[in-house]
Design a protein around this ligand. Sequence first.
Ligand SMILES: Cc1cc2nc3c(=O)[nH]c(=O)nc-3n(C[C@H](O)[C@H](O)[C@H](O)COP(=O)(O)OP(=O)(O)OC[C@H]3O[C@@H](n4cnc5c(N)ncnc54)[C@H](O)[C@@H]3O)c2cc1C
Length: 412
Amino acid sequence: MRNIGIIGAGQAGLQLGFGLLEKGYTVTVYSDRTPEQLFNARLAATTYLFGRAYQYEQELGLDFWKGPGEYARGGDLDVCPAPGQRALRVQGRIQNPGKALDLRAKYSRWLAEFERRGGIVVVRDVDVDALEVLAAGHDLVVVTTGRNSFTRLFERDAERSVHTQPQRNLTAMIVTGMKPLNETPFPALKFILAAGHGEYFSMPYFDRIRGPLNCLLLEAIPGQGLDRFGGVSTAREAMERMKQVLRDFSPWVAERLEGASIVDESSWLTGAFTPTVRKPVGRLPSGRTVMGMGDVVMLNDPIAGRGLNSASKQAHAMTQAILAHGDQPFTPDWMEQTFEHFWWTEGQFITAFTNMLLQPPPPHVLRYLGAASAVSPLADTFFDNFGEPQRFWPWIASPEETEVRIQQAAAA
Ligand SMILES: Cc1cc2nc3c(=O)[nH]c(=O)nc-3n(C[C@H](O)[C@H](O)[C@H](O)COP(=O)(O)OP(=O)(O)OC[C@H]3O[C@@H](n4cnc5c(N)ncnc54)[C@H](O)[C@@H]3O)c2cc1C
């Protein structure tokens, strides 16, 4: 049986590890943190996993959080042309909903479970020298270390990377005491698009310690009105600024936050990163090669909620590709072909959809949203396709084809 090494115990790495373990492969996960350290870490993301990705982990027997907790089953979008003004409201259901779970609980539990199922776990911070040794000792090494590690090992793909700097300054937090969103007939992902300033999101969320709560994510266009979190150093301060932002930009939801607070000092974040697509083959000084997967090669802004979903889909596709490859060597050509297949079937749409949302909506998309505010199948399609952005293409790129969809739905 093949002997696979995986660097990084996140969504991409662990899901791949479980998939291969199930088929009898010898798999070693190298993690820079123990399960306890993963659990006690500072918040790194507030994520919603859509239906297909959620299904992959259910199939692997990895949904350990079936208890109480309601998750978003639709979306509720306000389009605001100016602070305090709502021009459009779009509500739609997600046909195949998923879950929003604290990744600290998930990764910690999964890493312990991986060992329990017979996987090998080595706790160490892997560097390039260590990678050399690991690449010599495994049939294949997959690097899944997220957005901050090994970025220089994988060359930036200039054709596929449209940004050279961060497009949003991010602030995220897990909050308690937030009033429920009573304006939708289903638990919803609440989106506010504040034209020229950025976006606000909130959703029901499962906190690692306290269970069902809510999380917020603010995506501020640098230097604009939502960009107020520079220099914030405590949870209390971050919460106060968030409340003030909402009072100024969308007073109709600010009231939900009045009695809310951040759950603890490690459950909020501010930061920014440059969305980047990288080449999947990492060449070590010796000439040996390793393969990248997840954020390390496809890093998207969280505006479309894609990164975790993409990591899951990449892990699923990679599991299939490794199994299909049998006993053949994992050459750089195989690595490139495996990534290209994912890119053309899914990755390009994930990246294009995310980058589209980072720009002001073109007139035909605004027209679609306007129609969706009155015609529910259009609204359902809009929110449902977040989980499967390839379904937006090719029509979303064409004003004519978008218009045809609007007319057909309106007529029906
Ligand atoms: C604020 C915010 C909100 C988000 N919301 C969403 C959302 O709603 N939906 C969505 O799909 N995505 C979302 N994302 C993106 C999502 O969190 C990431 O895309 C996803 O976690 C990437 O998974 P990964 O496995 O590639 O990397 P990670 O989850 O980052 O895991 C990498 C692991 O590798 C370990 N590691 C790092 N370096 C080393 C090393 N040298 N040696 C050993 N181990 C190492 C790390 O400790 C970590 O455990 C959001 C991101 C942010 C910042």
